[in-house]
Design a protein around this ligand. Sequence first.
Ligand SMILES: C[S@@+](CC[C@H](N)C(=O)[O-])C[C@H]1O[C@@H](n2cnc3c(N)ncnc32)[C@H](O)[C@@H]1O
Length: 393
Amino acid sequence: MTALRHVPAEVVAARALAKASKGSSLKGYLEKSYERLGIPDSLRPVIVALVSNVARRWMLLAKALGYPYERPRASFKFWLSLVVAYQALFRKQKPSKLSWAFKEFPKRDYVDLLRSSPEDFLRDLIPEERDRVYLSVPKWAWEDIKKITDPKEYVLSLDERKHFWVRIRKEGAEAELRRLGYEVEESPLPDVVKLRGPMRWLVRSKLAPSKVVIMELASATIAHLTKGRVLDLTSAPGGKALHARDLGRLVIANDLDPKRFAFGGLERVRSDARLPPFRKAFDALVLDPDCTGLGRLHSPETRIWVSMTSKHKMAEYQRQLIRSALDLLRKGSRIIYSTCTVTWEENEGHAGLFEGLEPVEVPYALPGRLPGWRRYLPNVHGTIGFTFVAYEL
Ligand SMILES: C[S@@+](CC[C@H](N)C(=O)[O-])C[C@H]1O[C@@H](n2cnc3c(N)ncnc32)[C@H](O)[C@@H]1O
């Protein structure tokens, strides 16, 4: 791997992974590092791939090095060892390319890893554990996914996805996407298409966000369930709120952290949705709170964070938000609740709070575990894992 002004890519990747283990955003950290170190555009995808591949195999790599492997350490040294081990075990990089690393990482261990295969470190485990450790998913998350679907298929579908979804905002955008080189496929939603081809074509074009918005099919379902005057209680970066506005709704986009908004053109409010400063003046409330993110396990951050997340803490916070949102309902209005996760505790486990409301029949995705609840699954729909429900008063 090429050295960047004397800072090897492995070091940049390990620093980013250590920051992510403390809760910082990987993307934000990498962007700052690119600027500070003058990393050329051509090398950025290499670093992103390294970070992503190490995050997706971190448990196996930790096991190969004899470390405990259910929770990552937040130290740079820990992540640098994993990155170097990855270069040996998966990339079979010649030791001469990593000579700088052997001050910290014994060269003898590197050579041993070069001669080994990932399977060598999994043999002592039962077959299901082999899959789990190879894919680097913590036990609780694996077990929760297993209650719904095959966890190996679920995680592989996220990791190996070759398509992405976009929402069409302007007529004619589909033809422009085809001209960029994409294979365009319809979706169950009238304004969402599936694209096959690299995302960078779209990023480099001038199409997003004025003509199309990169948006998961699952997330795009929510705005279609809204009506009339909409209050999105936890709305940043604003994908669902903007969609609802594009569908002609009158939208208020509320969030505790307005810095997270990524789209213009929204009527924004900053407030804590647990103490919302609103009246019962809305036809639809959208509540899409922070969650454990098991639907986004392909993201390197989620893969690391999920090991340290407590679904019970998340669920308690969600309960507070739901209770406050319910106070804003009036006769005939509805609440649409969604998460990008699949745990019972963060989804159907909240159903008791909606007692007295009617679940709305929804024609999208698969039935969840209780009436009205629906679920998108990566291995069935090619989307993120996503759970949602609409209830009406
Ligand atoms: C999953 S994100 C929402 C994504 C958004 N629905 C979209 O489609 O772009 C959850 C959001 O909840 C916000 N949030 C967390 N606690 C909150 C609170 N007490 N009140 C309002 N917003 C909150 C976070 O800042 C975050 O932006």
